[in-house]
Design a protein around this ligand. Structure first.
Ligand code: SF4
Length: 217
């Protein structure tokens, strides 16, 4: 795997949409390729294609937008070896750096200055068996664990998982995100309040601003 180049779907500036950074101007570097197929995936356009760029070129393009945040996303960014040194270079350039990963790849090589936003896939995704639970011990208060929930069964799985792995005291912020168009956010809020769950409800802000089917935003 080359570390001096990577295959990119798009690089663009928008607002961060789905973490505790939601609403902050952010440059997104979207890599190509994913080895999962979540049932509700909203970025299948990043599964294939793209253009190979030198890592130095990607760094320059990402910095040129001059946003305070830069996020590596995909697809699955940790499939490409060049992502790890790119994250470090973005940190060295003074940016607040985020990576969104599906939670099935080893995050141990990620620069400790990076905020890792790591999915724990619930059963409704169809990829629950791929969760890499070894990652949990590598997360700190700088990081976030995200549950995308499609229905009540997914919610109950999240509640049991938080309990089983003592996630409330682990450190990372716990994000509960209703899958857009599948789970009514009002229902999710009611369940969380009933159970007093220590999670933060996380809406996909960009979908409310630009609509559910917009890409490159
Ligand atoms: S991990 Fe992300 S990019 Fe890959 S299939 Fe799931 S939602 Fe889509």
């Amino acid at each position: 795997m080359p570390t001096d180049s990577l295959v990119i779907h798009e690089i663009y500036a928008s607002i961060q949409g789905e973490s505790s950074f939601a609403g902050v101007p952010c440059t997104f570097v979207r890599t190509v390729g994913c080895d999962l197929r979540c049932s509700w995936c909203d970025t299948p356009q990043a599964f294939h294609g793209g253009t190979r760029h030198a890592r130095s070129e990607v760094l320059a393009l990402a910095l040129a937008f001059e946003t305070p945040l830069v996020e590596l996303t995909g697809g699955e960014p940790l499939l490409q070896a060049a992502v790890l040194p790119l994250l470090t270079e973005l940190c060295d350039a003074g940016r607040t750096v985020l990576i969104e990963t599906g939670g099935h790849r080893d995050v141990s090589g990620v620069d400790p200055r990076v905020h890792k936003i790591v999915d724990l896939k619930a059963p409704g995704s169809g990829e629950c068996g791929k969760n890499r639970l070894e990652n949990l011990a590598l997360l700190t208060a700088r990081d976030e664990l995200k549950f995308v929930l499609a229905d009540r069964a997914d919610y109950e799985w999240m509640r049991a998982t938080i309990d089983e792995h003592r996630l409330a005291t682990l450190g990372p912020t716990l994000l509960a995100s209703p899958a857009f168009g599948l789970l009514d956010p009002r229902e999710l809020v009611d369940w969380i309040l009933d159970d007093k769950l220590p999670v933060r409800v996380n809406l996909q802000l960009h979908k409310y601003v630009w609509g559910p089917d917009a890409t490159g935003v």
